[in-house]
Design a binder for this molecule. Structure first.
Ligand SMILES: O=C(O)CCC(=O)C(=O)O
Ligand SMILES: [Fe+2]
Length: 365
């Protein structure tokens, strides 16, 4: 296993068309990607096809957005967005394990038109963008970025499919059709004066919930708990994306792809603000949450099985059944207290996060 977080050149994944069989280079990349995901659960991708210019436009727009007067940002409060759960999340609006996170954010997703079949469901609906005068081009940039990272996520899922010894399109068909659920967030972590004897966090220790997180960071701060249990810094690489495995992917692969704890340290007062862009690339709303049949692979060792069970014991899911939306609905229950809940106790502990409640339109009426 590599001593540091693996960096993988994924250009071969984009060199051939979807329909042709994977090239030897694509197969080798898939294997590398799978090895990284199955050991570290965290990796960095380079040569990923997401234009560098789009990433810098996104950073510029985010800097401009967070520099707006607080009143302008609060006009886009997530609370106004209802169930779509999109818009501005002010400083102190969220926390992890009972401690407040030191960050502010703006949350987006793919734009869903009036005819979208899931309109009105949690996490679906309209975005709240700043006006063209406030932040020129932000809407266009964000929607383009979402489309590009969705393509990247789809390619990573195809590579994992190959890495697991399945057909390239197997996991896409099972998990991403008709479309993945995407939650995209822009975060700003302002520098923080350290307090003697107290460790503050930008985001406290947690693991991610779903399938994959695809993250861009502008400066150091993110740390991951390594396979041997030490906190290590995730280096800032130019034009790279960090990808990490979520809890549900860990479980659906029978523990072959571990979901790792990670956290964010706030920038010190001498540093500038840190920006990060987590993209939660998740299962389709109605994807079935069934453990994959991987009987063609050698079984996990007893040590690997014990490690997986230890992770799951700390994890969030009671047992695997039903469809992805039921897990998501349970997770977002704290956000939408008046939301009708799914019909079973999907999750052991819904979330280690807390967040400001949002009333749904029905309750607000
Ligand atoms: O900001 C970061 O670097 C990480 C964010 C993160 O872990 C999360 O939002 O789940
Ligand atoms: Fe995370």
């Amino acid at each position: 296993m590599s001593k540091s977080i693996p960096v993988i050149d994924v250009s071969a994944l984009f060199a051939s068309s979807d329909s042709s069989p994977p090239s030897p280079e694509a197969l080798a990349t898939a294997k590398e990607l799978y090895n990284a995901a199955s050991s570290w659960g965290f990796l960095q991708l380079i040569n990923h096809n997401v234009p560098a210019s789009l990433q810098s436009e996104l950073l510029k727009a985010s800097e401009a957005f967070f520099a707006l007067p607080e009143a302008d940002k609060l006009a886009l409060d997530v609370r106004n967005g209802g169930l779509a759960w999109r818009g501005y999340m002010p400083l102190g609006g969220e926390g992890t394990r009972g401690r407040v996170d030191h960050k502010e954010g703006i949350y987006f997703g793919p734009e869903h038109g009036a005819d979208h079949p899931l309109l009105g469901m949690p996490l679906h609906g309209k975005n709240q963008f700043p006006s063209q005068e406030q932040v020129p081009g932000m809407r266009k940039t964000v929607l383009e970025y979402i489309a590009e990272v969705t393509k990247l996520g789809t390619a990573v899922v195809a590579a994992l499919s190959l890495g697991l010894g399945l057909e390239a399109g197997h996991l896409k068909g099972k998990w991403l059709e008709p479309e993945p659920v995407a939650l995209f967030r822009c975060f700003k972590y302002a520098p923080l004066e350290p307090v003697e004897g107290e460790q503050a966090f930008g985001i406290g220790e947690h693991s991610d919930f779903g399938l994959l997180t695809i993250l861009k960071q502008t400066s150091p701060g993110l740390q991951v708990k390594s396979p041997s249990g030490e906190w290590v810094d995730v280096p800032v690489l130019d034009n790279a994306f960090i990808v990490n495995v979520g809890d549900m992917l860990d479980q659906l692969t029978g523990g072959r792809l571990p979901s790792r704890f990670h956290r964010v340290l706030p920038p010190s007062p001498s540093a500038g603000a840190r920006f990060s862009f987590p993209f939660f690339f998740d299962f389709a709303w109605t994807a079935e949450m069934k453990v994959l049949d991987l009987s063609h692979l050698p079984p996990l060792t007893s040590e690997e099985t014990a490690e997986a069970e230890a992770r799951w014991a700390l994890g969030k899911f009671r047992k695997l059944q039903g469809q992805w939306w039921q897990y998501l609905a349970k997770k977002v229950q704290k956000v939408f207290p008046d939301l009708a809940l799914p019909d079973f106790e999907a999750n052991e502990a819904p979330s280690t996060r807390f967040t400001r409640p949002v009333l749904t339109a029905a309750a607000a009426a």
